[in-house]
Design a protein around this ligand. Sequence first.
Ligand code: DLL
Length: 433
Amino acid sequence: MPWNKQFECMSLSDLHKFQLSNLIDTVRWLYERTPFYRKKLDELNINPEDIRSLEDIVRLPFTVKNDLRDNYPFGLCAVPLTEVVRVHASSGTTGKPITGPYTAEDLEQWTECTARVLWAAGVREDDIFQNCFGHGLFTGGLGFHQGASRIGCAVVPTSSGMTERQIMLMKDFGATAFCGTPSYALTIAERAEEMNMSVKDMPLRVGLFGGEPWSLAMRTEIEERMGIRALNNYGLTEMAGPGVSFECSEAPGGLHINEDHYIAEIIDPVTLEPVPYGKKGELVFTSIRRRAMPLLRYRTKDITSLTREECPCGRTFVKMDRIIGRTDDMLIINGVNVFPSQIESLLVDIEEVELQYVLVVGKRKHLDSLKLRVEAKKEVYDAGAGRVAEVERKIDNHIKGLLGIHVGVELTAPKALTRSEGKAVRVIDERPK
Ligand code: DLL
């Protein structure tokens, strides 16, 4: 049973009516309150009254990350700051952060969305819920704090880091559910093993992971090492944070989008034309319930596809596939498009290594080159240089066979790579800027 059956199981025609009326309200709200959108809409000669059907969404302007940067910090805010009760921000890798202001009503809606994510994973009021996302400007910590509190769990806001204490509390408090980035889950599993403790012996039952891409192989590894169910959820600061989409425990494999809050589209990132269900492209969101900073057709740069099929859980919301990469993370190595996640799924076939890796992108003459640093298992590393070189060749051949590119592989000693406590850094770009 979903958290909010009235919305999550709406008939398609009711959902579309609801979306349309909220879309029109949002366009009007923005037109009247933000010079940025008024200008964009005027340039396209669109009045809020021109939106008569959901299909008309394609007439609306796109919004991109640079629009948020150019209007930093509050230029896109559609309410006076007196009505703003919280501001989150995402760090990003370059320049100023992306700011996310919320009204009290926005916080309420966001809480509803993250409660749905947790509920769909089977989290209930009798759970002891350890929240290992950073609590602060990052939306993961407080976003899930609110949702889990709404359900009525015993929330343990450990935040990320201090992994040994994290594990001690997990055991002593008897946490039954937790959330964090998938890479941090692996860090916890590994550290627990080093402490001669097994998470498998703890009451922990389910983990909700998101905030960064992860492969199915990583899911299996987390599930096996921790003895839990691992479910995926997705979100972004520009759309409030986590709570945009989530896997249900009945049929994981796609993430239901909270469509009464977010209208999703998939577009071709080059032509910007809509792409049909089932085909991969760039994910675009319009937030239709927010007040402080709703965005029209925000280009996430995340690549996935949408499908609308009956789900055994009863939710009617469209599903997005797991994110396979970002348009800006895509590496083009000798003309071949490569995503870090593809390399990750190939690494799982190699039993001599751990799933701890980093890709180093460099430039050789005019071509991009790719080096993969990956940690050897202890017995492999201890067997000496000959064995290490043999495994390096094996990985290179495996990747060449499946992706068609040559990757310089460097096996490192066990534990040589930095462990993640939040979002893992998987790509180091050493190309001259
Ligand atoms: O990462 C919000 C979040 C927190 C989501 C906790 C889920 C759990 P940002 O820091 O703004 O917000 O980063 C958003 O992270 O555009 C994706 O590229 C990536 N991302 C988030 N969740 C997933 C996921 C939060 N499940 C950016 N799979 C997004 C793949 C993800 N990528």
